[in-house]
Write a protein that binds this ligand. Sequence first.
Ligand SMILES: Nc1ncnc2c1ncn2[C@@H]1O[C@H](COP(=O)(O)OP(=O)(O)OP(=O)(O)O)[C@@H](O)[C@H]1O
Ligand SMILES: [Mg+2]
Length: 159
Amino acid sequence: MSLEYITNNHFQTKKLGEFFARFAVFKKTKGKAIIIGLEGNLGTGKTTFIQGFAKGIGIKEKVLSPTFVLLKRFQVSPKSEPIKRASFNFQEFYHIDCYRIENSKEILDLGFKEIISNPKSIVVIEWADKIKKIMPKNTIWIKIDFITETKRKIVIEKI
Ligand SMILES: Nc1ncnc2c1ncn2[C@@H]1O[C@H](COP(=O)(O)OP(=O)(O)OP(=O)(O)O)[C@@H](O)[C@H]1O
Ligand SMILES: [Mg+2]
């Protein structure tokens, strides 16, 4: 099943990320990490969506565009409300941005395989289409398209 949304401003995109995160941690398949791959041109709202997503799983730190960092790791607090309700012991939230990479090896070198094989991981990847060949089968793909300056189409696939 895929879901399609239109957002009219960045607040709505953030809110969608927040709701989606709560759904994802609730729905999670046993024994597997949650992997979310975001596709969409520069400035469509991938980071904005992820800021909402992080809020949705109770991350208090600011999630920034990791321009010069490929990977940023956050601790998931077992005390945050959404995680308490998730009935699963998540530990780490990873924000990866593949914009600057030339090939998948750069991501593999960061221990990508270990990260995605840990069921306690939640991994959200910007420009994930650039590393499609190493993305796992259980990836939830999210595609963001410009409609106008402030309007976006967001398609969440395979949920
Ligand atoms: N409906 C909308 N949803 C999301 N962002 C929007 C929307 N309308 C306008 N914007 C603006 O578009 C920009 C999106 O920036 P953001 O950093 O989230 O994009 P990105 O896809 O992560 O870009 P990059 O490819 O550079 O990482 C922000 O300045 C935001 O305010
Ligand atoms: Mg970004």
